[in-house]
Write a protein that binds this ligand. Structure first.
Ligand code: COA
Length: 169
């Protein structure tokens, strides 16, 4: 199960997951802006990691460089993923999976088994990515995204412990 001090070898160095810090935000914003049409602001990330006691944000680094990040809110009965993105130049190398499994391990350590998230209906890649990690599509939330009015798909993973065991983390 990944922890902050875990280090995995990757092709170009040592891959680590650790909590996101305020100093990480400029690099996180670079990735965010390359990943989303309506990116979060500096203020949004800062507020999440300094003021929201339910929030847990992590980054994945390789050879010291941040290549991706993810965040979630830890509620009483479930964890809710708010954001996950990998630098476009480094996708398809297992970093997104590493981040998602790390979130799952951290949620499980808080005693949570259930994880939910919303994803844009048009984001077929992310929907299939989450599907590979135990998420099922539960329902459509009409007009959920205020920027474009696009619908969201609510996805739920009922047993993150099972996913972690199956993925051998
Ligand atoms: C979704 C995202 C985080 C995945 O990150 P990634 O590092 O490229 O994903 P990984 O390399 O870890 O791949 C994980 C799995 O998804 C599959 N996958 C990843 N990219 C894929 C693609 N373009 N086409 C098909 N399958 C893909 C991989 O085959 C892998 O499956 P496996 O575990 O069965 O081998 C990344 O594409 C991203 O940042 N997208 C933009 C931001 C976004 O849409 N975030 C989600 C918003 S809800």
């Amino acid at each position: 199960m990944p922890r902050e001090d875990d280090a995995l070898r990757c092709e170009d160095g040592e891959r680590r997951v650790r909590a996101m810090a305020v100093d990480d935000i400029p690099r996180v914003l670079e990735i965010e802006r390359r990943s989303f049409a309506s990116p979060w602001s500096e203020r949004a990330f800062r507020s999440e990691i300094t003021r929201n006691i339910s929030a847990d944000y992590i980054v994945v680094t390789c050879a010291g460089e941040i290549l991706g990040y993810a965040g979630m809110w830890l509620f009483l009965m479930e964890a809710h993923v708010t954001n996950i993105a990998v630098d476009p130049d480094h996708r398809g190398r297992g970093l997104g999976a590493h981040l998602l499994l790390a979130l799952m391990a951290r949620a499980l350590a808080h005693g949570l088994r259930r994880m939910t998230l919303e994803v844009r209906v048009s984001n077929a890649l992310a929907r299939s990515f989450y599907g590979r990690y135990g998420f099922e599509e539960v329902k459509i939330k009409p007009g959920y995204y205020t920027d474009t009015g696009e619908d969201a798909v609510l996805m739920c993973c009922a047993d993150i412990g099972l996913v972690l065991r199956r993925k051998g983390e």
